[in-house]
Design a protein around this ligand. Sequence first.
Ligand SMILES: [Zn+2]
Length: 407
Amino acid sequence: MGGSLGNVERSGPERRLLPWARRPADYLHGLSHDDLERYSRHLLLSEVGIEGQQRLARAKVLIVGAGGLGSPIALYLAAAGIGEIGLVDFDRVEVSNLQRQILYATTDVGELKVEAARRRIRATNPRVRVTVHDAPLSRENAMEILRPYDVVADGSDNFATRYLVNDACVLLAKPNVYGSIYRFEGQASVFDARSGPCYRCLYPEPPPPGRVPSCGEAGVLGVLPGFIGMIQATEAVKLVLGIGEPLIGRLLLYDALAMRVRELKVRKDPDCAICGPRASQRELIDYAAFCGAEASEAGPTGTPEVTPSALAAELRGAEAPMLVDVRQPGEWAIARIDGAHLIPHQELDDHIEELARAPSLVVYCKSGRISGSAADRLLRLGLRNVRSLRGGIDAWTREVDPTLPRY
Ligand SMILES: [Zn+2]
């Protein structure tokens, strides 16, 4: 450490304070002796140094979502000495989070994520201020929550929040460090509408509701958010320090199975609704409606549904419907409803004739989203009396058969 601090001594005006070993109470440019030791590997880097470490200490970074992505982002930013970390999340820690959300320990299960996260961050670095926002980010509170921060890192897991974060960042002229994960793949970019494209330039429209399942439905490799979150943390630190080449205008695509990283150019869309020169949108909108999220939670609009208790009664009756489980074999192996037939949703089209022979049909998945889309497809293919189990096997387990394991 001596060598690098020697450089500091030569270049800084505080050289008479040195050597600090003799003046333990002194601060060097606002960095305590503990700080100098804690951040010594940063101070060794001429691209960071004391000035960079001060920048980090003055920086405020907001992390939206304290989950798979938010965990590595928060831990590394805290370790790096970011002065203030804001966390937006309103969930509680569940056992199924622990496979990837490394902010949390088994003993945290049941606790508010932001509270457990604050404790963990402060244990890593007590100098970090942690501000928690334990409410869903919404059209009403987003501008107010985001405004004080220098950089926003989006670790959210749904399209409505992604568009909300993007639009608020564009309107507030803040960089949005984006990451998302799906099964074995992830992507990351930095959206900064002042010098590059925004999320809407890349994806002007959200996918149709139910088309892209969430990680809670499709699964995700536990280490995957570590890689993508680390890219986000790296970009956030670079933005604060003003060093290197930010991931602006570039989309990083990561495939964990192939272990390949590709990069796509993303251009600013001159017709972008929020960041283009003729932007039609000047304020935040109703993102649940924009993404069809409200419809998708109860199944796509208009899909006939049956509640778990009604289905339980029908299955005990004389004219029980044919019950089709459209999940994957691995999910089927964990839990299933008695009497169901497994036909993964990708294979439904191969079983149309057999399905058409049933007088009535109920399809179910984990949460009701995929089976809602599947029911819609079967109805479009000409089948009649098709319904989707509202809330999926998850709701069934809660309301009808609590002996089934949840996952
Ligand atoms: Zn845009």
